[in-house]
Ligand binder design. Structure first.
Ligand SMILES: [Cu+2]
Length: 378
């Protein structure tokens, strides 16, 4: 099939002219100047609707991000696989901005044989549909070797994330956090906290993403099976458990990690009697998750970039594409550590729980909690 974008270029240009009020000649002239993506006109999207959008050196430093995506060897769950990383990192770097900022992400496709797009999940893209990362709908895939300037306004404070929206690239690991803080000035968050942590939750298989994709589109449909591992910030353990000694089967090995492995858990280090914000994002492809913090209640304060009337929960479900902020008060005994556990919801427990620790400084991180981690409800 030919590229939809190419066939509809004329229609798109008329549409952009309507929205932006530019003449067709201006647009075509600009396309020639900025054309870096071969399929149609998407480079027009680079802030074209805002006149006088020239940035100083300082603004570029604060608001522009360079990202190159590529396949690389990585061991997200202690087994070496190929992941899709950004700038040599997996997951991709966190992008942080203030509400009202225009940000620019120069994304270079370093994959050799595939197009790529990035969707900025939860960002409304008012006036910038070409930056939405919806491949072949409002935006053409970026070809290998090409760069696209995703320039858009982050208009609301909140917890967001970005991920690949081409094929099953998000299952291959193309994702990262996008955090929007309140704007400078009188603006304040409607709640207080002393520190925060990002938690990107994802599902991971040992088969390739092509295996997953072919199965999903086959007739009859072929299910890839339960995820092999659940990852917290790109880290999990597939052949051992941090809590193996609570297991009633002898087949689960206790993990013996030094802490510097790619699959070693990221421990959340906290101080007693403080309030922490956990920014949780569900970047899963197929799994529904449930998260709990041992011994601590959570107060939900934000969902998908919207403040909510705070309410308390023991555990929280996170479906693909959802994001939440919860507050926890570290008011439990500080000489202990507590499990942070994430399980697959509503399925037979074939995927081991993802685990990490809430560690009270200066308690040693080697101190294992005395009780077993919370199990996700069926
Ligand atoms: Cu998305």
């Amino acid at each position: 099939m030919g590229c939809i974008c190419k066939r509809s270029t004329r229609m798109w240009i008329s549409w952009v002219v309507k929205i932006c009020g530019f003449s067709r000649i201006d647009l075509l002239r600009n396309r020639q100047k900025t054309h870096r993506v071969s399929c149609g006109w998407p480079s027009l999207g680079s802030g074209y609707c805002r006149s006088g959008d020239r940035w100083s050196k300082d603004e570029w430093k604060n608001k522009a991000f360079k990202m190159g995506c590529e396949y690389m060897f990585w061991s997200p769950d202690c087994k070496e696989s190929v992941v899709m990383g950004i700038n040599g990192q997996f997951p991709g770097p966190t992008i942080r901005a203030k509400a009202g900022d225009t940000i620019s992400v120069l994304l270079t496709n370093k994959l050799h044989t595939e197009g790529v797009v990035i969707h900025w999940h939860g960002i409304r893209q008012v006036g910038t549909p070409w930056a939405d990362g919806t491949a072949s709908i409002s935006h053409c895939a970026i070809n290998p070797g090409e760069t696209f300037d995703y320039r858009f306004v982050v208009d609301k404070p909140g917890t967001y994330f970005y991920h690949g929206h081409f094929g099953m690239q998000r299952s291959a690991g193309l994702y990262g956090s996008l955090i929007v803080d309140v704007a400078d000035g009188d603006q304040r968050e409607p709640f207080h906290y002393d520190g925060e942590f990002n938690m990107l939750l994802s599902d991971w298989w040992h088969q390739s993403v092509h295996h997953q994709e072919v199965g999903l589109s086959s007739k009859p449909f072929r299910w890839i099976g339960e995820p092999r591992t659940v990852l917290i910030n790109g880290r999990g353990q597939f052949n051992c458990s941090l809590a193996a000694h609570f297991s009633n089967t002898t087949s689960t090995n206790q993990c013996n990690l030094r802490g510097n492995e790619q699959c070693a858990p990221q421990i959340l280090r906290v101080l007693p009697n403080k309030t922490y914000r956990l920014r949780i994002a569900g970047t899963t492809a197929l799994a529904y998750l449930n998260l709990a913090v041992g011994g601590h209640k959570m107060v939900v304060v934000e969902a998908d970039g919207n403040y909510v009337q705070p309410f308390q929960v023991e555990d929280i479900d996170i479906y693909p594409g959802e994001s939440y902020s919860v507050l926890i008060r570290t008011n439990q005994e500080a000489s202990k550590n507590y499990w942070i556990s994430i399980g697959v919801r509503g399925r037979r427990p074939q995927t081991p729980q993802a685990l990490t620790l809430l560690n009270f400084a200066p308690t040693s991180t080697s101190k294992i909690p005395l009780s077993p981690p919370h199990v996700a409800p069926a």
